[in-house]
Design a protein around this ligand. Structure first.
Ligand SMILES: [Mn+2]
Length: 318
């Protein structure tokens, strides 16, 4: 189905619940808030649900305070359920059990590994899901005002590392330009998200990067963040977003890996490739996925075993 046909399907409904992925980033939140505001402007009802708390740093984004974390907080039933930026059902966390309760499920995403779990699926390999959402709102006849533009710009900025990743295309810049024309707060996004951080994050970053390890002839650089590291600096796990950009920036490094302790013996692994290695395949070998240059998965086990498994998996693709 084309994006226009999917937009026409969604336009049939007057109440929509939007699902973000767990540990929400700027892209999933940007898509969700943009869609909510745009739907409400048509005089309809729209709400956003996300399994985990919204990081404080996104506080300046329009409608962000309306995101609920638990189905119990919802006041009504919704005719349609829309997942944004979720490549697989599991990315919605616990809220997935609620997602499937609707007969009208939508899946709008930009991960090539998307498992097409909804009734209406639109998946395209783009720099950010917010790029797709911009086109969705355009073909769906929604008003893209200043607030919506800022929300969409957020996802484009965060998923491209402020227009620096190799996923940036002419359409990324074209859409960013259109959003800027409509009043998107590009400078504020840059200042608040890329040029400012909490002291706890800075101290954690210094500590984590000082313990960087190299494997496979220095082609693999690895950082790890344990619960006790977070506690030491009074930091939260969402503060580690972007840490992996440092090891992957090192000359000669083909793959960077970040191992984040999620709970005892359960680790969230993030992969970044500097270009040659398809880390989507590496993550897929552990049941995860993502993009060619950025992917992730969860692995259970003791830290040393998890680390060894990751090194072995990466070595197969070097
Ligand atoms: Mn995304």
């Amino acid at each position: 189905m084309s994006l226009k046909e999917i937009a026409a399907e969604l336009n049939k409904f007057s109440s929509v619940l939007i699902f973000c992925h767990t540990r929400p980033d700027g892209d999933t939140l940007g898509c969700a808030t943009a869609l909510k505001i745009a739907i409400e402007k048509k005089g309809k009802k729209a709400d956003i649900i996300c399994d985990s708390a919204v990081p404080e740093k996104f506080g300046f984004i329009p409608a962000i305070n309306s995101v609920v974390n638990n189905v119990k907080e919802l006041s009504c039933r919704y005719e349609a359920h829309v997942a944004v930026d979720c490549s697989v059902e599991g990315m919605m966390g616990e809220t997935y059990y609620h997602f499937v309760k609707s007969n009208n499920t939508f899946n709008i995403d930009h991960h090539i590994s998307n498992s097409k779990y909804a009734k209406f699926n639109y998946v395209e390999n783009r720099a950010a899901c917010c790029e797709i959402m911009y086109e969705f709102l355009t073909v769906g006849g929604f008003d893209i005002d200043e607030e919506v533009s800022t929300c969409l710009m957020l996802g484009i900025c965060t998923d491209t590392g402020y227009f620096i990743h190799s996923n940036v295309t002419d359409s990324t810049l074209f859409i960013a330009s259109e959003l800027l024309k409509r009043g998107a707060k590009l400078h504020e996004i840059g200042k608040k998200l890329f040029k400012s951080q909490k002291k706890a994050r800075a101290l954690l970053y210094a500590d984590v990067t000082s313990k960087i390890r190299f494997y496979l002839d220095d082609k693999l650089a690895m950082i790890s963040i344990m619960k006790q590291d977070l506690e030491k600096f009074d930091a939260t796990s969402d503060m580690t977003e972007g840490f992996i950009d440092f090891p992957v920036s090192i000359e000669g490094v083909e793959v960077a890996v970040s191992i984040l302790e999620n709970k005892p013996n359960c680790y969230k692994i993030s992969f970044r490739s500097s270009g040659k290695v398809d880390v989507n395949k590496v993550a897929a070998s552990f049941g995860g996925g993502g993009h060619i240059l950025a992917s992730g998965c969860m692995i259970n086990g003791f830290f040393e075993d998890v680390k060894d498994k990751v090194i072995r998996a990466v070595s197969l693709y070097l």
